[in-house]
Design a protein around this ligand. Sequence first.
Ligand SMILES: [Fe+2]
Length: 169
Amino acid sequence: MKDRIIQAQRQILNDLAAHESMIGELYDLYAAMHPQSSSLWSALAKEEREHSSILTSLNKLLDNGSLFWNLGEFASTNVAEQLAVIHTALSWARGSKQSEFECLKTALQIESSLIDSKFYSVVTSEAKEFTYACQALSRATEKHFQQLKDKIVEKVEPRANSGYSWEED
Ligand SMILES: [Fe+2]
């Protein structure tokens, strides 16, 4: 019985890690599409890959006998839905060039659904490392959300004053 739980928890951690690296891949595609803002996208992509490694490293806690609480409850409601959003965004990004506004909007939607899903507050573990990892991941997600929002404001404001529609670039 315990083996089955560990197996299921490993699967969820690996799905979450894959989710983070897919977000990284998406931001890399956005960086290539928009050289003028590639430093922002590349920095976000790098951090997403770090998140993926953090989640993968949590497997060690399972190896050491710790279990997570509420992980199944979280996973069944959120992971599949979020993976579908990323898959769609990735296939759009691979298929055609999108405006920077489109990219920012998609990324903001992704980062805000991560905040909404509250993974890092729903799931708990007696292992301290898990708490530290969750704090780091949830702070990073909020930071990404803020950076993307700032970028949107920075792009919209000057153009709003000149009457220029920036969706055209
Ligand atoms: Fe992330």
